[in-house]
Write a protein that binds this ligand. Structure first.
Ligand code: NAP
Length: 539
């Protein structure tokens, strides 16, 4: 959209330059005259939507042109806004569809249709007189998007989302900046009141720059380019607060002096430092929460830019992204039993409180073998598989699907218990199991499966730890106290497949591994599952 506005400005400048030695009309008015008298012969493209700002127009031809112009502009604008409204409705329906695996594909399609309508409506905006920039952007963007979508691993999705958020944020900030620069030109009338334009531009600049740099750090930490440990610097949060205040003051100065674009660049620079300092002190494991939050920020930056451009589609979609991002952030924090403040400003020190591993495990852990597990499964009627981070690490999802199929072929009912923060990103387990074609209706959420664990013959925990740790229920001093968990310990038998007794993300021992009804299969998740399959086949 920034390209659209620039394109129209260049044209207008050219046109004014060409005609400046004739009658002193604005570029738009010249276009009306040229349209009337030179419809076929004009060497330059003629803008169909001129802006009647000049007093000359009023004096010369008001009755002839002004009404027609207003009517045509209003009609075009109304149609575009109507299309934007349709897109917004489709986005909302799309979001609703995405809330359930069964309707997710349809939801995605509805969202994509909404985006197509919004793009086409924007391209119909008759202020566009050169499509070259728009086309180049489309082709380059589509190519990069396609290559990335084809090449990215499922486990690298959080990084990919971080990058997308970051680019969304910086695009909003740059488009708002471009609009600001454009309005400093004498022949350009801002699309919205100047105070709104500068205020929204400042907001977009601050949020966009924070999002961009914050997302790059999140990407770097998850990709292993940057050390994922939290950077601990004294008074960092106070420094951040002061810098944010400086950025806001620069924004206010910009609102008071709209032509002083330098304030905007200074604001971008300060906000960029805030973005870096905000995410560096957060550990790599908390990055998914940070990414969900930055996703929300990127939406807010887009909404602010919508106020700069007076573009309803941007305002609505930006608000939707902003709201859904913050809802996701809250859900993740709740499922981890942590506050957002703790994630952002508290350094997560795993395993500080609670019992020591030796006290929990000494002499109580029973190791097992794939053959023994196969025997246990033979007598089972209902088996529930509980996947966790270890399944993602070992990419065991295909082997897990094979195990499900072989058990089903032997008349065993198999279901999957999915914890909302199992793994390292929202929906991590759902994505992996979907990739392996495990049917959606086999995936049971915590609230649905927990009341049924007492009827489960065998629960197979594959690379999960914190999400099945009963300490969350019974030890108020535990770092995970109060975190909702899957009540695996209530099943008749539990088999845990992991490589050792090492703790999970929270860094605390897990009494589940020492229960009477638990057997530990010490193995890599994929090898362990494959071993059970082989043993089942050998019978
Ligand atoms: P977890 O508590 O982190 O435990 C994962 C377990 O997987 C480890 O104990 C590890 O034990 C095992 N493992 C690692 N590699 C393995 C392999 N190749 N084969 C078999 N096992 C392997 O995982 P979780 O139960 O899924 O819980 C997720 C945790 O992450 C929660 O504490 C949650 O709050 C946190 N978190 C989640 C998100 C999210 O969005 N999902 C975001 C941030 C934080 P061994 O080393 O002994 O094998």
């Amino acid at each position: 959209m920034g390209g659209v506005r620039f394109a129209s400005r260049n044209w207008r400048q050219e046109w004014v330059k060409l005609n400046s030695n004739r009658v002193p009309l604005s570029g738009g008015e010249w276009a009306i005259v040229a349209r009337a008298i030179l419809p076929q012969t004009s060497p330059l493209p003629i803008p169909p939507f001129p802006t009647p700002h000049s007093p000359y127009l009023g004096k010369m031809r008001k009755p002839l042109f002004a009404n027609t112009l207003r009517y045509t502009r209003n009609m075009g604008g109304s149609l575009i806004n109507l299309a934007y409204l349709v897109s917004a409705v489709l986005f909302i329906l799309g979001l609703k569809g995405l809330s359930h695996p069964r309707t997710a594909v349809r939801g995605n399609q509805l969202g994509a249709l909404g985006m197509l309508i919004a793009i086409v409506a924007t391209l119909l905006n008759q202020e566009i007189i050169s499509f070259t920039l728009v086309l180049v952007g489309l082709v380059v963007g589509a190519f990069i998007g396609l290559v990335m979508a084809l090449r990215v691993q499922m486990t690298a999705m959080p990084q990919m989302v971080a990058l997308l958020n970051g680019f969304g944020g910086i695009a909003s900030a740059l488009v708002a900046g471009a609009s600001l620069i454009e309005t400093t030109l004498p022949e350009v009338t801002p699309p919205v009141p100047l105070l709104q334009l500068t205020g929204a531009t400042a907001l977009s600049g601050i949020i966009g720059a924070v999002t961009f740099w914050g997302s790059l750090v999140a990407f770097g930490k998850l990709q292993g380019i940057i050390n994922e440990n939290p950077l601990q610097v004294s008074f960092l949060h106070y420094i951040n607060g002061v810098l944010l205040l400086v950025a806001v003051v620069l924004g206010v100065l910009l609102m008071l002096n709209p032509t002083a674009v330098g304030y905007y660049w200074a604001l971008l620079a300060v906000a960029s430092v805030v973005g870096l300092l905000l995410v560096f002190p957060i550990g790599g494991a908390d990055m998914p929460v940070v990414i969900a939050l930055l996703n929300s920020y990127s939406g807010l930056a887009a909404a602010a830019t919508g106020f700069v451009l007076n573009n309803n589609a941007l305002i609505i979609t930006g608000s939707l992204v902003g709201a859904s991002g913050i809802i996701l952030t809250t859900i993740m924090c709740k499922a981890m039993n942590r506050s957002l403040r703790n994630v952002l400003f508290g350094v997560w020190v795993p395993g500080e409180a609670g019992p020591k591993a030796d006290d929990v495990y000494a002499g109580k852990v029973k190791a097992t073998s794939p053959e023994e597990v196969a025997m246990l499964l033979e007598g089972a009627r209902l088996v529930v598989i509980v996947p966790g981070y270890g399944m993602a690490v070992s990419q065991a999802q295909h082997a897990v699907r094979d195990l499900m199929q072989i058990l089903q072929s032997q008349g065993v009912e198999v279901e999957f218990a999915i914890h909302p923060v199992a793994g390292r990103m929202p929906g991590h387990m759902n994505v992996l199991l979907a990739e392996a074609d495990v049917p959606y209706d086999k995936l049971k959420e915590m609230d649905e499966i927990n009341p049924r664990f007492e009827q489960v013959d065998v629960a197979i925990v594959i690379g999960a730890n914190d999400v099945v740790n009963p300490l969350a229920r019974i030890d108020p001093n535990s770092p995970i106290a109060g975190m909702p968990i899957l009540d695996v310990d209530k099943a008749r038998s539990v088999v845990v497949i992991k490589r050792s007794l090492s703790p999970g993300f929270a860094g605390i021992p897990n009494p589940l591994f020492a229960l009477d009804n638990t057997l530990m299969l010490f193995a890599d998740a994929r090898e362990g599952v494959q071993g059970i399959i082989n043993a089942l086949k050998a019978k």
